[in-house]
Design a protein around this ligand. Structure first.
Ligand code: PEP
Ligand code: MG
Length: 543
């Protein structure tokens, strides 16, 4: 038995086999080949494999997200058969005597550039598609077509680190736990693990990956951060007991369903849930959350190979609002950038991405993306109780610009005779020290604040949330952070706005009493923490 220790980011125990996450190497080398006919045969086989994968994805998407959203994979299958595309690849192989990977890659670059320069928006959108299908063919050529665990057995995924876009694409039904050598507990990968109720350990160390292999038996303790490779009987028995106790605790918490979030002295608070996608609503309802306090809409973008259309977004938001049946749903506009990157946004590489071009900065600079999302949001507002929230605010002028664009979008919808909720609330995230310090100026402009403690912590303590080396300097209870939250709460209430907390700190029950004393109106946490926080509230006495 070997034990590795990292940081547990979701408390639960998992026991099972390991699957090492294999990342595709997308760098393509130019290699001289003498047998071009054999190269073209390899190409044909890879195209067939790519088409078979797409057919499978199409069938799955059709069942899970409907025909309209699945259509893109049908288009991809057609693109693989496109004559011009294939002639270009074959001609590069023949005339330059080069490997198929290189020919596909050059063709992808040429075609995507050509599509991008066209006037027609539909054709421009094909630019990302041609890159996507080409990457799939290249992966199949490298005999690395699939990273998926093909058996039905659930596995413990082990990786160096996982990007949010990689995490979100894993088949959740096949994941028992995550363990990564690197990463930090406030990263979006850690947050996703919590949202998905998956035991997770991050920062297991540099040597971890070389000690594991596919199929190895292991146990993960998400409470202590321990990972046991080939556990002995004693360790296994202890962990199995812990797993049973865990289930018992969860069962007891279930008894709090339907009960109020009220302290012993009668103070009430809302307990909402955070989600990353439509798939998480089941967990929100199962845990009896009073609403959704944060829908990280950027995951719609991360799951997609191109900008999600207004229709696609509208369908997703409407589904969330309808499923919540009149309960409040706060949807945050696109918070892409920093660790959440998607190729089709073509964002430049930055030295300090956390301090870079992200979230509202992208939306205000590329208003066409923002307007599409706002139209979809307002249209969906007719189907429930929507609040729209804006991330990464640092100034009054940003909020004024946002409100102006929102007013224009509403006016457009009115002119088109489209139904929407005129009273949909507008709020901002307090996740920069600047926003907290000027919260007296921001509060009169909005209906609500929601404190993003994950970013507020990183910016206040100057500790990059992605950098595990500085994790030891992160004190989540630091007085500076608590003072900023308290100041924001006072300023919100003085100006008739309400205030919630939607960062991970909201689920820290050692602070529940502090937040209640500050007058926080809502705590929004991962669905599986709703009942735990309710329990803490019900045991608090503020008198
Ligand atoms: C936060 O920063 O606390 C937050 C809720 O947003 P995210 O974690 O998505 O950056
Ligand atoms: Mg944030």
């Amino acid at each position: 038995m070997t034990i590795f220790k990292g940081k547990g980011v979701y408390g639960a125990v998992a026991i099972g086999k390991i699957s090492v996450f294999k990342r595709k190497d997308t760098t393509v080398k130019r290699i001289h080949v003498s047998d071009t006919a054999a190269e073209k045969k390899r190409l044909e086989a890879a195209k067939e494999a790519a088409t078979a994968q797409l057919q499978e994805i199409y069938d799955k998407a059709l069942k899970e997200v409907g025909e309209q959203n699945a259509q893109i994979f049908e288009i991809h299958m057609m693109m693989i058969e496109d004559d011009d595309y294939n002639e270009s690849i074959e001609s590069i192989i023949d005339t330059q005597s080069v490997n198929a990977e290189y020919a596909v890659s050059v063709t992808a670059d040429n075609f995507s550039e050509m599509f991008a320069s066209m006037d027609d928006a539909y054709m421009q959108a094909r630019s990302a598609d041609v890159k996507d299908i080409s990457n799939r063919i290249i992966a199949c050529l490298s005999d690395d077509g699939s990273q998926e665990n093909s058996s039905d057995e659930k596995v413990i995924i082990c990786a160096d680190d996982l990007a949010p876009s990689e995490t979100v694409l894993l088949d959740k039904d096949k994941v028992l736990a995550f363990v990564t050598s690197h990463g930090s507990s406030n990263s979006h990968t850690a947050i996703l693990a919590r949202n998905m109720n998956i035991p997770a350990v991050i920062g297991a160390g540099d040597d971890f990956l070389s000690a594991v292999s596919d199929g190895m038996f292991a146990a993960v303790d998400g409470y202590t951060g321990e990972v046991f490779l080939s556990p002995d009987t004693e360790a296994l028995e202890k962990l199995e007991t812990k797993q049973k106790e865990d289930e018992e605790k969860k069962r007891l918490l279930q008894e709090l369903k339907g009960k109020e979030n009220v302290t012993l002295d009668g103070t009430r608070i809302n307990i909402f849930a955070n989600i990353g996608g439509v798939d998480h609503i089941g967990a929100v309802l199962a845990n009896d959350a009073g609403g959704i306090g944060l829908f990280r809409s950027e995951f719609l973008y991360l799951e997609s190979s191109d900008y999600p259309t207004e229709e696609q977004q509208f369908a997703a938001y409407k589904k969330v609002l309808e499923s919540m049946a009149g309960k409040k749903v706060i949807i945050r506009t696109l918070d892409i950038g920093a660790d959440k990157k998607v190729d089709y946004f073509d964002l430049a590489k930055e030295d300090n991405p956390a301090l870079g071009f992200r979230a509202i900065r992208i939306c205000l600079t590329r208003p066409e993306i923002f307007r599409t999302q706002l139209r979809a949001l307002y249209r969906a507002s007719a189907f429930g109780k929507l609040g729209i929230m804006f991330p990464m605010i640092t100034s009054v002028s940003e909020v004024e610009q946002i409100k102006k664009i929102c007013a224009e979008v509403r006016e457009e919808l009115r002119a088109d005779g489209v139904d929407f909720d005129e009273n949909a609330e507008l709020g901002i995230m307090i996740e920069t020290p600047a926003a907290a310090v000027i919260s007296d100026k921001l509060a009169p402009l909005v209906d609500f604040f929601s404190v993003g403690t994950n970013d507020l912590t990183q910016y206040t303590l100057a500790c990059d949330r992605q950098n595990s080396a500085v994790e030891q300097f992160v004190d989540t209870h630091h007085e500076a952070i608590l003072r900023l939250i308290e100041m924001s709460a006072k300023n919100a209430h003085a100006n008739g706005a309400w205030i919630g907390i939607c960062g991970e700190l909201a689920a820290d029950t050692s602070l529940t009493e502090t937040f209640l004393r500050m007058g926080i109106d809502e705590l929004s946490v991962s669905p599986s923490f709703v009942l735990k926080v309710r329990d803490a509230v019900r045991h608090t006495d503020l008198s």
